[in-house]
Design a protein around this ligand. Structure first.
Ligand code: SF4
Length: 399
């Protein structure tokens, strides 16, 4: 392996560490960042320096390491990692030892400054999920509530139904109309975005299932194309013909996030999906059906990794990959407001091993970077691993 690839893997691993442990921001540093980068996501989420400091909130600014690895992090009062400033330069340090220089970057897209025809700020309709990467993607989350909460069945890692939002006057954004989504997608695609994901919580009586079809129609209309490279991220339907209809409606890919492998784990970790989606066996059958309809490499399933033993998890990643599913490992960090808030995720080495093993499994079943990009909602470590191996990152230019 070349030195450059080793250095990139080193950056990527540190980026993963910051994602898992968060970073301690001294008050003067976070205040400095908020002042220096005015056009950032703070406007969207109403995050304040005080909130970042106190509540482990995602920091609204991504960072870049010297070779270009980019990532998001969150503020954590208890982290071993901290941001230090030396002159005008920022460094990440661990227990006081400076590890790497980093740059904070404002990757806010131009559409964040625009509004839809009904006056809604587009930054409240879609979220950039590319972190400044040239492969640009956005996420439309039509609602951050899930009807599962009515039965007390929120999935254990999920913060959609967090209760304490109002304590800090952070309101859940309202439900998004298909027109707002179409107009925002048109603005984003006109500045180079080329993939979108539609996602959100369950709506009573699973009304989101038909809503996705209306969204597809609006996207085709506003983008003027039949294939808008979109992913419908859904819960398994009881009637599988819906999956066929999504393909006909123009979605290029479809996603069912399995989260954990094995009925015994799914029943405990994902109670909302069990009761609304016909249970674990139906979930897996829906994925198998989707591969038949959409084709290999066109169906994605995320796993929230860190919630079950490695061997059981890898069994699932291997099985789904073997039938052509893009299986993606999202590292679990116990998010604020989720039922598992304040728990701990496994170690960095555990997570790094899963990232590498999943990457090798995806390669073994001939998945490509384009398939990863078309299926994933956001830039993940898997993207970086593919681009490091394929030498397609900007830092390889001219080497
Ligand atoms: S189904 Fe589970 S993971 Fe999905 S939004 Fe509802 S509670 Fe969250």
């Amino acid at each position: 392996m070349s030195i450059l690839k080793e250095q990139l893997l080193d950056e990527l691993k540190l980026s993963l560490a910051l994602r898992l442990d968060g970073v301690y921001f001294k008050p003067e540093i976070i205040a400095d960042l908020f002042e220096r980068i005015p056009n950032n996501n703070i406007i969207k989420t109403k995050i304040t320096p005080e909130l970042v400091e106190r509540l482990n909130y995602l920091v609204p600014i991504s960072f870049a390491f010297p070779l270009g690895t980019r990532a998001a992090t969150f503020g954590s009062y208890d982290s071993l990692y901290s941001i230090e400033k030396d002159g005008d330069e920022y460094y990440v340090s661990r227990r006081g030892e400076l590890l790497k220089q980093l740059t904070f970057v404002d990757d806010s897209p131009a559409f964040y400054g625009k509004t839809t025809s009904d006056g809604t700020p587009m930054r409240e309709v879609a979220t950039d999920s590319a972190y400044g990467n040239k492969h640009k993607s956005i996420i439309f989350c039509y609602s951050e509530e899930c009807s599962a909460k009515d039965n007390g069945e929120t999935c254990l890692f999920c913060s959609y139904n967090r209760k304490r939002v109002k304590e800090f006057e952070l309101e859940s954004p309202p439900f998004r109309s298909v027109k707002q989504i179409g107009e925002t997608a048109a603005a984003a695609y006109s500045e180079g975005y080329s993939h979108l994901t539609i996602t959100g919580g369950f709506i009573p009586e699973r009304r989101e299932v038909d809503y996705y079809l209306d969204v597809a129609e609006s996207l085709q209309q506003h983008l003027g194309v039949k294939d808008f490279n979109g992913t419908a991220c859904i819960g398994a339907p009881l009637d599988f013909s819906v999956i066929d209809r999504y393909k006909e409606a123009g979605f290029r890919t479809v996603a069912f996030n399995t989260e954990v492998w094995g009925k015994e784990w799914f029943d405990v970790i994902c109670p909302a999906k069990v009761s609304a989606c016909g249970g674990y066996d139906n979930w897996i059958r829906a994925i198998e059906h989707a591969v038949r309809v959409f084709g290999e490499g066109k169906v994605r399933s995320n796993f929230v990794v860190g919630l079950q033993p490695k061997e059981r998890l890898l069994e699932g990643i291997e099985y789904l990959a073997s039938i052509g599913v893009v299986t993606l490992p999202s590292p679990w960090y116990p998010s604020y407001g989720s039922p598992l808030e304040s728990h701990r995720t496994p170690t960095l080495e555990w997570h790094w091993d899963i990232q590498l093993k999943t990457y090798n499994i995806l390669r073994k079943y001939r998945r490509t970077f384009d398939e990863i990009f078309d299926g994933a909602p956001t830039r993940l470590y898997t993207h970086e691993l593919f681009e490091i191996e394929d030498e397609t990152l900007p830092c390889f230019e001219g080497k």
